[in-house]
Design a protein around this ligand. Structure first.
Ligand SMILES: Nc1ncnc2c1ncn2[C@@H]1O[C@H](COP(=O)(O)OP(=O)(O)OP(=O)(O)O)[C@@H](O)[C@H]1O
Ligand SMILES: [Mg+2]
Length: 231
């Protein structure tokens, strides 16, 4: 097979391989994400979902393969350029929000913009706007320890969006929440990403959530197994 580059895709990977010693975390993955598309990534524990997200986002370097963002090859970027890309073009939501405990909600949300060189006033204004959109008006001054789990995760979502990234990477973003809060948080993420016109890749063990998204990619043993019939 010789998969062609898909020119319309925003983010593409071809022949992605990631090895840990003799263990293959990714064993040759081809993937295309369209602009504004929301995609679920599912698969058994240890199948390579986190590895795929990290390789696509440039957190990890692949051993083989190519990654293109908006037509530009990014996998050969230096560490400095990849870290800049992560700050500007990508947003991240992890299982635990990983907020900075000492900062308020609005300061946490403003952080990526501040790191990107935005002025404090402008960054805090943008942060407050996203917090309001995510239903957190009134909580701007709360520190993470003064928020519920669902609220903290919505702060993390606001933080992933404030700098207007092209792609949001979410690794089990509701894994630590109860079912109802998890669903509300996920809805908030999807609405906010759609608002921002960002593509979203969501790793999830929640079948119902995956089924609610337009496309699901199944990973097994480091490979894409989308051809498997799902009952
Ligand atoms: N830093 C590492 N060193 C060695 N092996 C690793 C490392 N990170 C991941 N692996 C291995 O790579 C494989 C894929 O791991 P990965 O974390 O991508 O799986 P996953 O699908 O995200 O699993 P889970 O659903 O449990 O989060 C696993 O076999 C794992 O043990
Ligand atoms: Mg994982």
């Amino acid at each position: 097979m010789n998969p062609q580059w898909n020119n319309r895709a925003l983010l593409s990977g071809r022949g992605l391989v990631k090895r840990y010693g003799t263990q293959y975390a990714l064993a040759g993955v081809d993937i295309d994400i369209q602009p504004g598309e929301a995609v679920a990534i599912v698969g058994p524990s240890g199948s390579g979902k986190t590895s795929l997200l990290h390789v696509l986002a440039g957190i990890l370097r692949a051993d083989e393969g190519e990654i293109h963002l908006a037509g530009q090859r990014i996998d050969q970027f230096s560490e400095k350029k990849r870290s800049e890309l992560r700050r500007t073009e990508f947003g991240f939501v992890f299982q635990q929000g990983m907020l900075v405990a000492e900062l308020t909600a609005e300061e946490n949300v403003a952080l990526p913009m501040l790191l990107g060189g935005a002025g404090r006033k402008q960054a805090l204004a943008a942060a407050r706007e996203w917090l309001t959109r995510l239903g957190l008006h009134g909580k701007e001054g709360n520190r993470p320890g003064e928020l519920s789990g669902g609220q903290a995760q919505r702060v993390a979502i606001a933080r992933a969006l404030t700098h207007r990234p092209k792609v949001i990477f979410a690794d089990e973003p509701t894994g630590a929440l109860d079912t109802r809060t998890g669903k509300e948080t996920m809805d908030a993420l999807l609405v906010a990403a759609a608002d921002a016109g960002a593509s979203v890749l969501i790793v999830t063990h929640d079948r119902e959530l995956a089924d609610s998204l337009p496309r699901t990619i199944v990973i097994r043993d480091g490979k894409i197994a989308t051809k498997v019939a799902v009952p």
